[in-house]
Design a protein around this ligand. Structure first.
Ligand SMILES: O=c1ccn([C@@H]2O[C@H](COP(=O)(O)O)[C@@H](O)[C@H]2O)c(=O)[nH]1
Length: 272
């Protein structure tokens, strides 16, 4: 998917909502466990109930890998279901990959070609040769970890470099501009770090930001919208547990739909 298509969808739905498919076999309603592929059945019901309010879906790969071959099959069925039934939505493999060049190239093939995701999250720690193999795929995106939502982000990401005032995450943003641009590179910035949003936007005013951490992690949606939104609507705000586990009963999908709608309605007034 290219930037124009993503922006058009955001404006049409008046939403920057990304629903995180962090589908934990131990948390899904127990009646689904009788099905042949409970994880896929759960995802399918959540997607059908939320797609009107949602512009992106983000399966976190850990939840699928944890189930071995079966989990990988559920993931493949989920991305195929999205691409076949809702081709307008943006898809994110939250895999946080990045390795020496030839290995990164295999990760890129796995997620962009075998699984046909639109984007993948990538860790910048190993530098340019670990990230560049994910670039150059037509209409595919790298989503680079910049300032993450977890408390440990303060261990390295906000530390100053030498005597300069520049923080490590600012250096990552600046340096990565050599590897991609607003048409193929996004950044992860946690909703819990909304105080730093202005600094982020000083370096990358136009790139999309993927913002996890609203809801369960305590980040504020309105602060993110107020400080993070560019002239074009260039945010994707993720909610995983807050949407998909809003109910654990027969009505889980319907309640997830209502949660997604409530988030979309909070977002709508900001989207021009
Ligand atoms: O900085 C980061 C990067 C990724 N994540 C991921 O996003 C979701 C958040 O889930 P919630 O249930 O909405 O808290 C999850 O997949 C994380 O691994 C993040 O939280 N922070």
């Amino acid at each position: 998917m290219n930037r124009k298509q993503l922006v058009e969808q955001i404006r049409k739905k008046k939403s920057v909502l990304c629903v995180g498919l962090d589908t934990d076999i131990e948390k899904i309603p127990s009646f689904l466990l009788e099905k042949e592929d409970p994880v896929f059945e759960f995802n399918k019901a959540i997607i059908d109930a939320t797609h009107k309010y949602t512009v992106a879906y983000k399966p976190n790969i850990a939840f699928y890998e944890a189930l071995g071959v079966k989990g990988w099959q559920s993931l493949e069925k989920t991305i195929n279901y999205l691409n076949e039934n809702y081709p307008e939505v943006f898809t994110i493999a939250d895999a946080k990959r990045g390795d020496i060049g030839n290995t990164s190239a295999r990760y890129a093939k796995a997620f962009f070609e075998e699984l046909s995701f639109d984007s993948i999250t990538v860790a910048p720690y190993m530098g340019s040769d670990s990230v560049k193999p994910f670039t150059g795929f037509k209409n595919k995106w790298v989503i680079l970890l910049a300032l993450t939502s977890n408390p440990g982000a303060f261990d390295f990401q906000t530390q100053n470099r030498g005597n300069s005032d520049e923080m490590l995450f600012e250096k990552v943003l600046e340096e990565s501009k050599k590897w991609g641009d607003k048409e193929d590179m996004m950044y992860v910035v946690g909703a819990t770090k909304a105080d730093y949003m202005r600094k982020v936007r000083n370096v990358v005013p136009e790139n999309f930001l993927l913002v996890p951490g609203v809801g369960a992690q305590g980040g504020s949606l309105s602060e993110v919208m107020e400080n993070g939104l560019g002239k074009e609507p260039n945010l994707l705000i993720n909610s995983s547990r807050g949407v998909i586990y809003a109910s654990n009963e027969e009505d889980f999908a319907e309640i997830a739909g209502k949660k997604a709608k409530a988030l979309q309605q909070e977002m709508a007034p900001y989207i021009k």
